[in-house]
Design a protein around this ligand. Structure first.
Ligand code: NAG
Length: 339
């Protein structure tokens, strides 16, 4: 239990209100050589990812603060949407809006382990019920974390609506710091992000519906540059959805390449989703993390591949409605190297 105590510390209120005695929080490890990762049934969350730097030194590059979000990750403006003539009110947990699927999202429930092999994969599943946080219909959801070789991690998120059409937009909310989770801020990480457009937002971070080019703005990461190099031109960092550029790969788009010079670590990410929320942990405020770490503002980077935020209320954005008989499939592939 000691291994997951920090996690309880991060979510004490949620755990006491939503976890019953019958539900088990447990931890599963995937490991191949020096590449290892831990996951918990609480939120199907990645707790750690440990791998060597350029000298062979092992570090954990995941902040102890991460999860799969709710049925619809990111924001739903006004906490409501209309589908087939019916207006659904979802739980507002971010002012008037719904963030990450509501107050008790998929990150706050206990998942069941369906399949586990230590040197290969772990699959978590969750049955979301009709009306959960205001969303229509039963949905069966699964998340598989898979080790490919000794330096790749694939994530597969699948959702199957069972009886009603529903919006689905799952996202992995891992906070990355390639220097190590306890190594300070991410300002000097180098980032290349393959999105030449963004969906701008209003003061409540709800998309205005426009899609605008990044070229010449502080949002332009088309050529690699330091994450912090244009922070002086921003309010408090990045928290924005990029429209990912099409790539020549058949199913996957290249999302981002991140590098950290001291450790020499590099992380590349591909996904089949049309967008990615790039977030620089602008709201971390000296949170107590694992191993005694204190996470200050900007100590992690998030790349939440996804559909566009509030797509349910923007007919011009790619639809997130999935009908019974259809399957939502979301892939992410991470490749890590160190030189
Ligand atoms: C939907 O979920 C409810 C509650 O878990 C269950 O009673 C019902 O049988 C489910 N219906 C379908 C079609 O899966």
């Amino acid at each position: 239990m000691a291994k997951i105590s920090f996690f309880f510390a991060l979510f004490p209120l949620v755990l006491s209100s939503s976890v019953t005695k019958a539900q088990q929080v447990s931890v599963y490890e995937l490991k191949r050589a020096d590449f290892s990762a831990k996951f918990t049934t609480y939120g199907a969350t990645m707790l750690s990812l440990i791998l060597p730097d350029k000298t062979g030194k092992l570090n954990d590059i995941v902040l102890g603060y991460d999860s799969i979000e709710g049925r619809v990750a990111n924001r739903i403006g006004g906490a409501k949407f209309t589908l087939n003539g019916v207006t659904y009110k979802t739980v507002a947990n971010d002012g008037k809006n719904t963030l990450h699927g509501g107050r008790r999202g998929f990150s706050d429930v206990i998942w069941t382990v369906k399949s586990y092999k230590r040197d290969s994969h772990v699959t978590f599943s969750y049955g979301s019920f009709d009306g959960e946080q205001g969303f229509p219909g039963n949905v069966s959801v699964s998340v598989t974390y898979m080790m490919l070789g000794t330096n790749k991690l694939a994530v597969k998120m699948v959702a199957k609506p069972l009886n009603k059409p529903t919006p689905v937009n799952l996202a992995l909310h891992t906070y990355w710091n390639l220097g190590g989770h306890n190594s300070g801020d991410i300002m000097s990480h180098t980032l290349q992000l393959f999105g030449s457009k963004i969906t701008p937002v209003d003061s409540e971070l709800i998309p205005t519906g426009e899609i605008i080019p990044v070229r010449g703005t502080p949002y332009d990461f088309l050529r690699p540059r330091q994450v912090g190099s244009k922070f002086d031109k921003l309010l408090d960092g990045y928290d924005i959805n990029y429209v990912l550029d099409k790539s020549s790969l058949k199913h996957l788009r290249k999302v981002a390449v991140v590098e950290e010079s001291k450790s020499g670590r590099k992380m590349e990410l591909w996904s089949n989703m049309p967008g990615v929320q790039f977030y620089t942990s602008n709201m971390l405020k000296n949170e107590k993390g694992k191993d005694g770490a204190i996470y200050a503002i900007h100590s992690g980077l998030c790349f939440e591949t996804q559909g566009f935020p509030d797509a349910v209320n923007h007919p011009k954005f790619p639809s997130q409605i999935v009908n019974p008989g259809e399957i939502y499939r979301h892939f992410m592939v991470f490749r890590f190297t160190a030189h």
